[in-house]
Design a protein around this ligand. Sequence first.
Ligand SMILES: Cc1ncc(COP(=O)(O)O)c(C=O)c1O
Length: 370
Amino acid sequence: MARGEDVVSFGIGEPDFETPPFIAEAAIEAIRRGETRYTATEGTPVLRAAIVSYLERTEGLQYGPAEVMASVGAKQALYNALLALVDPGDAVLIPAPYWVSYPEQVRLAGGVPVTVPTDPARGYHLTVEDLEQAYRPGVRGLIVNSPNNPTGALVADTDARAIAAFCERHDLFVIADEIYHRLTYGPSPVTSLASLPGMRERTVIVNGVSKSYAMTGWRIGFAAGPSEVVAAMGRIQGQTTSNPTSVSQAAAAAALTGDDRSVDVMRRRFEARRHLMLAGLADMAGLHPVVPDGAFYIWVETGWLTGQHEGRPLADGDVLARFLLERARVAVVPGSGFGGPLAVRLSFAQSEERILEGLSRMKKVLQTSV
Ligand SMILES: Cc1ncc(COP(=O)(O)O)c(C=O)c1O
């Protein structure tokens, strides 16, 4: 920390692992080969072929090279998709809690974000009933993030089928943010909405190498969808950033086509840390952690806390986050930015030792004030 204080951060939104060496090596090789010039806006043919084969291998989905493109992180792929699909005034359904950038990107694209509350009693798993309740005329699209940041909730296969039928019935486009697809902890495989009948032609898949391959700084995301939408996204990218960094593209191509053992090693480490964090949170009275199916976050409901901090109820996520930082020197992210003010988000992308230290600090201050 800038003031030299020892803060345990549970605020981290990226893997704490190093990028696997064979991936970094591929970038070094690309520099040696002189791959340091502009590439095609949508990504090199090598990377696009790697994206095509990755989607086939991991999701069983068949796309052609003209139906995929690379961007500067999944974030740019999402924004390109929204700019391509949203007309001024179009409403877009966003299940809450949501990743912070969705509503802002919809607004930047001229659209109107429509929050879809999901049920805490059902672990925030999105259902078609949630969507039906929020639907109104003028809704043109839906953003689905499974596993979800911040709750870790998956869309169950049966729910996905009902959601697909809902999207067909209302003729909606879907942006499926699958950035955490490889980081799941349950027995059931995660369904890609695009794999369901009638969905491929209305869905843009957004994914990337940031989270699965510990490559957040390389800034490579990708999208797959109908060729006319991907072409429009390519034209938008062509007038904004042009291609993502050439050497990062070489690294991403190596990641997507290379030995996947490193992904599984990281996934298993996350799984063990998830267990550690859940066990520690279980004995803190007043905190209700939601067991995540995927990603590396735990959404902790604060509504049952009874203490106060500086005259304000600790049950509020903003107040609890400030309290934990000031009293325990533990950083957590308040839920308000994710559309859940009575919660905080804790990341377990942190070493086992620091997780234990942070939990013990939290426990101490909560015991004395609740
Ligand atoms: C749900 C979700 N989507 C997209 C992104 C953006 O990923 P990238 O770093 O590849 O832009 C993140 C990053 O935190 C995320 O949590």
